[in-house]
Design a protein around this ligand. Sequence first.
Ligand code: CA
Ligand code: CA
Length: 173
Amino acid sequence: MDSPESVVYERRVAARFASFDQDGNGWIDREDFSTAAAHLLAEFGITARCDKGQALYGGAEALWQGLAGIADVDGDQRVTRQEFVGGTLKRLRDRTSGFTEIARPFLHAAFAVADTAGVGTVSVADAERALRAFGVSPKVAGEVAVALDGDGDGRVTEPDAVAAFAAYFTTLP
Ligand code: CA
Ligand code: CA
């Protein structure tokens, strides 16, 4: 029988897999990243053709390539649940700084999309919108957005968002 610890671990791994598998078809591939980009742009009413849209799609492609390099063991351009569970998170954790660099262009572009006031930070409300656009449940999105605002001034900074993103995918019990 599984220990409670391993049940918690597997649940967390499943949650992270689901975060990447944006279209929920059971594997992670390039489509999931372009889907995520499209959802975010739609939420904020930004076209794919403009500079912000192009930057987001470019970042999404780089993030997919980076994840595939780490996780697509058999090279079929899909990361299956088996490939993901079988070591992806461990490798992400071992390469936390590398993963942060892989994700940075996407996060930078996503941040620019959500920075509706154009002031270099994102309001907690817009951070929540962005998280919901990425499929995070409304309840969790609200909690995370508030937690991202570490100093409680109602704004989220890009370094805090990048650190939280990396921590989510590289920190497990
Ligand atoms: Ca998918
Ligand atoms: Ca594969």
